[in-house]
Design a protein around this ligand. Structure first.
Ligand SMILES: Cc1cc2nc3c(=O)[nH]c(=O)nc-3n(C[C@H](O)[C@H](O)[C@H](O)COP(=O)(O)O)c2cc1C
Length: 142
């Protein structure tokens, strides 16, 4: 059984809703999943999972949230080589630049990136939640 960590930061709950649906989809596909806020997990712990799904909304000006998530990812980044990683997050008025930059960093770290990062505009509706479940199920089999 594949072991997956779904690690996220969320201020107003949108990325959290995505994270829960991704975890649900992955569990439905047979993965063993731990769903955690970024403040609850160390970099070493995160790296102990073969599958790492990371969620953070667009914050600041098209960047990752700067007080918790960015420091976490910055530490993880140098150790992602060969790691199976999926990225997701909610955004507002932007065009997804934060996700393109995040993907480029992840690929630059030689991680094994699953698909394109999954983006949802603001609060995920039923269709977006279904997309999240499918994303989680697909990542479980990656
Ligand atoms: C301080 C702040 C900065 C934001 N910066 C951006 C941004 O640069 N680009 C964007 O598309 N949305 C931006 N947003 C919108 C959030 O990404 C969006 O509301 C998202 O759904 C929040 O996710 P959450 O509920 O998981 O916190 C920003 C929101 C806040 C509060």
């Amino acid at each position: 059984m594949s072991k997956m960590a779904v690690i996220y930061w969320s201020m107003s709950g949108n990325t959290e809703a995505m994270a829960s649906a991704i975890a649900e989809g992955a569990r439905g596909a047979g993965a063993e999943v731990d769903l955690m806020q970024v403040s609850e997990v160390s970099v070493d712990q995160a790296l102990s999972y073969p599958l790492l799904a990371l969620g953070c909304p667009a914050m600041g000006a098209e960047v990752l949230e700067e007080s918790e998530f960015e420091p976490f990812f910055a530490q993880l980044e140098g150790r992602l080589s060969g790691k199976k990683v999926a990225l997701f997050g909610s955004y507002g008025w932007g065009d997804g630049q934060w996700m393109r930059d995040w993907q480029a960093r992840t690929e630059g770290a030689n991680a094994n990136l699953y698909q394109e990062g999954l983006m949802v505009n603001e609060t995920p509706d039923d269709a977006a939640l279904e997309q999240c479940r499918a994303f989680g199920a697909g990542f479980a089999a990656f």
